[in-house]
Design a protein around this ligand. Sequence first.
Ligand code: NCD
Length: 421
Amino acid sequence: MAYLLKGVSILGGSPTDLLIHDGVISDKTDGNAEVIDAHGLVALPGLVDVHTHLREPGREDAETVQTGSRAAALGGYTAVCAMANTSPVADTAGVVEQVWRLGREAGLVDVQPIGAVTVGLAGKQMAELGAMATSAARVRIFSDDGFCVADPKMMRRALEYVKAFDGVIAQHAEEHRLTEGAQMHEGEVSTRLGLTGWPAVAEEAIIARDVLLAEHVGSRLHVCHVSTAGSVEVLRQAKARGVRVTAEVTPHHLLLTDEKASGYDPVFKVNPPLRTAEDVAALRQALLDGVIDVVATDHAPHAVQDKECEWAYARPGMLGLETALPILLSVFGEKWDLIADRMSVAPARIAGLAGHGGDLTRAGTPANLTLVDPSARWVVDPGQLASRSRNTPYAGMTLPGRIVATFLRGEATVLDGKVVK
Ligand SMILES: NC(=O)N[C@@H](CC(=O)O)C(=O)O
């Protein structure tokens, strides 16, 4: 199938015609190509998420690879990295290959499994990193996300081990001794509400330790969901010294603050917690500066019974795939170069996903791209989302930017805002 995108704006540039042919961007002509009127639409390289929870195997009532892939394609994504905290945990070649195969069967986005660092995410015994790396799933990112790799000796050994295949350890930075019983960010609001706090230093202390470990062994560290101004400062200094560290921020940490907890609606409960307005400002600046490399959704679907209950009993986490780009547009406006780099080019590089995050102006680039209508406004209706879960913190909000089409290797996965298969 060939497509001719008439009058499309590549990254906000002047209108041009873009031909998708044989799975790549082409500079030839094709009289049989399906013509799409793309005037007013912006083409971006397909978005890449380095942090997605797809819940399969184990919690198919919350999400499956199929439903999560639909949500991803509708959000403009062409690749997502599936976190390892499934049941069973993705800590063996068998489980990562299963997730990888399910992704291929769904066929809507490239599903790249992340492997666990430790067996069962328990922090005691290193998982079979080498077997996962050499499996059909070719795992490169390893993470115990949901839990911190707390033991510094384990963290050091894992960082050393993945050097052999240019892997990266993605750390959920949380000093658990400082967050016991925590329900939200520790600060003025938690004091007022009488909820146990999750202090910023619990994140910052682990990042500080880990950048020193990564520097010591000369290995690659990636920091998941950075949420505090102090973490940004630690990262800024580490990067200035040349440490091989990359970092992500979520859309919700770029927009929402701990004031959201005041209504005790568990849809706003998330790990790490929503922080203060000062933290939000620092995270925005860090993304602009490049101290934070990428936006990652931390898409964390939860079944109704796990979310619609008392705050203290609710699971942490919120949906992200279908709203990430609109949230970025509402925070930063139409900064297309920034959005393309932080949501596609840089994440593809970190995850080692060749073929994603390519240059759409070059013939031969794999046709992984998404078309956005920046002038469209839409109201988030949880019932209309493709995810199997409903826990979006943006319900009822009017957001800018609608994903019109997404292409994976030249095949449309989304057209007219609807999934094609
Ligand atoms: N980010 C979240 O709030 N939740 C994550 C795991 C976690 O990091 O706690 C999940 O898997 O639900």
